[in-house]
Each structure stands twice: as structure tokens, then as C-alpha cells.
Design a protein around this ligand. Sequence first.
Ligand code: ATP
Ligand code: MG
Length: 186
Amino acid sequence: MLRCFLAVPVPEEVKEALKELQELLKETGAKVRWVRPEGIHLTLKFFGNIPEEKLPVLVRAAEKAKKETPPFELTLEGLGFFPFQGTPRVIWVGLEGQTEPLLRLQEKLEKAFKKAGFPREKRAFHPHLTLGRVKDPQGAGALRKKAETLKVPPLSFEVDRLVFYQSVLHREGALYTPLKEVFLEA
Ligand code: ATP
Ligand code: MG
């Protein structure tokens, strides 16, 4: 079985900037499992454990869904939390810019994967890059305060591919391995 998800990778300079934000947020001392900077990505669909033979079906679904979506650009925009209010569980950097093609693409992917047997995600799609997951509500409030003092650099990057990743869970955080790339075409 493969623990598998589809995501947009982000370039090195974005990961560098996000790593710096993580370092500043760590100063709060909050107990957070920080995502390895090299593993930061924009999740489009989480499949969970799938039999290996199922992957080609998902790849074909993605190849169909991505037609008529040329490459587009996203920009980092602000720190945010899930849930939006109360004790944070997830801390992330938001994405703005060409969100219309992104939302349209995500919708097409959901439909295509539903046909392939994967139910739609019930939660609304909020494009974000997860920086960390709060492990202990104690001290988590400090993250919100700190976040208000931090500026996210308005870096932009091109979305020109979707990548199927395998996720292997470890105590120190998940390790992601690319399995298959699907390119957006102009
Ligand atoms: P860990 O679970 O150890 O904190 P992780 O969440 O980074 O690590 P996975 O659980 O394998 O690793 O998740 C891979 C990606 O899929 C992440 O971007 C995660 O946010 C997303 N994801 C995981 N579970 C779900 C889910 N049930 N619904 C939507 N997205 C999910
Ligand atoms: Mg997880």
C-alpha cells in the first residue's frame, strides 16, 4: 500500500523563506511538529493508503483534469491558522495571486478523483502551505501573537506541475517521495 497525496511543489527560495518563518515561530517555545522545509507543499488531494496498482488510475484522472489549465502564478500571503479561531492546530502561510485557475483546477481534480472512487473532501479548499502542526495546546496561543508580528515575504512562484507523492510517516515527521509528475501545458 502507498500513503499517497497530490500536491504542488514549491521552489527552493520559497522553502528558504518559510524555514526562516519557522525559526522565528519556534521562539515562542510552542510544542509544534514543524514540517521539514524541504517537504513543504500545497496539498491538492490526500488519498490515504492506496494499492500500488491504483496509482496509474489516479495519474490518468489528473492528466485529464489538468487539461486547459496552463501554468499560473501564486504568491505567499500572510500567516494563518486552522481552526481560524481558538487554539491553533495547524499554522500555515496563505496563497494568493492566480487563485481562480487554482480553484478551478482543484474542483476538476476532485470530480475526476471522485469518479476514480475517492470521495470529495468535505472541508472547503483553502490554499495554504503548512508550516507545522501543534502538538500541545499549552503555549499554542503564543503562536498567534507571534504571527501578528511577522511579515511573510511576498514571494511568487509558478505552478507548472502537479506531483503525486508517497508519504512515509516517521516520529520526527513524514518523509515525502515524488512518484509521478503531471505537467501543466501552455
Ligand atoms: P503527520 O501526519 O506525521 O503530521 P503529514 O501530515 O505531513 O505528517 P501525511 O499525514 O501523510 O503527512 O499527509 C500528507 C499531506 O496530505 C499533508 O499535506 C497533509 O496535510 C495532507 N493530509 C493528510 N491527511 C489529510 C486528510 N485527511 N485530508 C486532507 N488532507 C490531508
Ligand atoms: Mg497528517
